[in-house]
Ligand binder design. Structure first.
Ligand code: ADP
Ligand code: MG
Length: 466
């Protein structure tokens, strides 16, 4: 054999070998992650399009000996066009969410990891049934993934008339999964999802667990719009691609048409500052000039800040409804901060403090973390939110531990800075850390007011009683 044997590893094959990077470490994590990916896709396919989500989830033990389970998920979302179903389920990095807009999904990977894990443990295909809004057909497929080609293998395909005008998606997979190991996390995940999405109806049926999280409100958060990149957020490759698509343009036209927060005045001022001719054609820029342009775009202080229309925060009102209902708190105080940005990416921090009722007293606040409405359950210690909550001066806000206190921190952004590929913790970005601290302060002030009032009432009561 030669000393030099090189080969390319197909992308799907790489992910099959490195499952833990996407959260599929073992049968426990894999079952949890499967529920997570399917639920998040269902919520993206509904609320983003103004549909009140109804999500039905079921876990069944299929073969106790082999620890095979099946997971079924069904939603009332916008569905998937029939001819897109194979790629959506069978091609890694195939997505409708590679847009500048807040989604739960970002990589175009989740479903494929579910299918890859399922087929590599049970050798069974994924079953899909879907219909788009107003479609007169329902499509049904059985699909596996050819990991060497990164393409779908269609084992079965059927069409039915859609007389009821149903729309949505139903998915069923068979996988090796540890129900007993995953049960608690799954329960936690679904309840936490219901806190941040009280407008969703989620039904879960497991071997010895049934959850019915009713819809608490019919108000949906504002849907995110689709946006353009901010000049501070692009790298050289992105810029090159953008130039490819607008070769005929001058620099001035290119900047004003392709970027967020850049009007003609701003673009002119920037180009003058950076030493570029506004009338030069973008197609004529040398590689060195491209690098310099990106550098200058990052340094320039005169851009307007990124717009936040691409984001979809939950809002204080919905957070309070969700936390009261699911945590059974006596009182909840929530705030949504103003949009801020880091590295050209807009973000919004929301925080809520929940007090009393069914919250058990503990030595430090219970922390519920969220990123783009996804509950984060693992790696709490690595999350900047934990640090912020631990360093917070609770004694300034009339909180003495042990206290029945839960803190919710939600970051939404077009780019969440995760601390690791597992997407379970938010990294220490100074701008985000600062906003978390301020959000917590704003919410804790309301709590202090509430606790003072209670204290006064108690004193009065004591006076009358004694
Ligand atoms: P991502 O969610 O990151 O885009 P996925 O592999 O999970 O990646 O999904 C790929 C694509 O499949 C999504 O972008 C979406 O267009 C489509 N999709 C997945 N699940 C659903 C669903 N339940 N309803 C409608 N479309 C879906
Ligand atoms: Mg997804």
């Amino acid at each position: 054999m030669s000393l030099y044997t090189y080969e390319a590893l197909p992308v799907a094959e790489w992910f099959r070998r490195n499952k833990e990077l996407a959260g599929f470490h073992n049968p426990t994590r894999a079952l949890y992650q499967t529920i997570r990916e399917l639920t998040e896709n269902s919520l993206d396919a509904t609320e983003t399009y103004g549909i009140l989500p109804t999500v039905y989830l079921r876990v069944k033990i299929e073969d106790e000996q082999k620890s095979w389970v099946s997971v079924y998920a069904e939603d009332n979302g916008i569905g998937i066009p029939g001819d897109e179903i194979p790629n959506v389920f069978g091609r890694v990095f195939y997505s409708s969410k590679y847009r500048i807009k807040q989604h739960r999904g970002v990589f175009g990977l989740g479903l494929k990891m579910v299918v890859l894990y399922a087929q590599s443990t049970t050798n069974k295909p994924v079953y899909v049934r879907s219909a788009t809004v107003k479609s007169d057909k329902i499509y049904e497929y059985q699909i596996m993934i050819d990991t060497n080609k990164n393409s779908p293998i269609i084992l079965d395909r059927r069409e039915y008339p859609n007389r009821q005008k149903w729309h949505g998606t139903a998915v069923k997979v068979y996988l090796e999964g540890n129900w007993l190991g995953a049960k608690k996390r799954i329960e936690e995940y679904i309840k936490r999802t219901a806190i941040i999405a009280p407008y969703a109806e989620i039904v879960f049926k497991g071997p010895d667990l049934e959850l019915w999280l009713k819809r608490r409100t019919t108000k949906l958060p504002p849907a995110p719009k689709e946006g353009l990149p901010h000049p501070k957020s692009v790298d050289v490759d992105t810029l090159k691609q953008m130039i490819q698509a607008s070769r005929g343009m001058t620099l001035l036209e290119f900047l004003t048409e392709n970027f967020d927060a850049v009007g003609e005045g701003t673009a002119k001022a920037f180009l003058e500052w950076a030493g570029f001719n506004p009338n030069a054609k973008v197609a004529g820029l040398t590689p060195e000039e491209l690098v310099r342009l990106v550098e200058k775009m990052k340094q320039y202080e005169g851009w307007r800040r990124p717009r936040a229309d691409w984001l979809s925060p939950v809002g204080a009102e919905l957070l309070e409804i969700g936390a009261k209902a699911i945590l059974g708190a006596e009182a909840v105080f929530a705030v949504t901060r103003r949009p801020e940005s880091y590295g050209g990416h807009p973000f919004i921090v929301e925080a809520a403090v929940a007090w009393g009722g069914q919250i058990p007293p503990s030595d430090k606040p219970i922390l519920l973390r969220y990123a783009n409405k996804i509950p984060l359950l693992y790696d709490e210690g690595a999350d900047v939110a934990r640090k912020v909550v631990d360093e917070f001066h609770w004694d300034n806000y009339k909180v003495k531990f042990p206290a029945p206190l839960a803190v919710i921190i939600h970051v939404c952004s077009t780019k969440i800075p995760y601390a690791s590929a597992g997407k379970e913790a938010i990294a220490e970005v100074p701008e985000i850390e600062k906003e978390m601290r301020l959000a917590l302060r704003d919410a804790a002030k309301k709590l202090r007011l509430y606790l003072s009032r209670k204290e006064r009432e108690q004193e009065l009561l004591n006076k009358y009683i004694s």
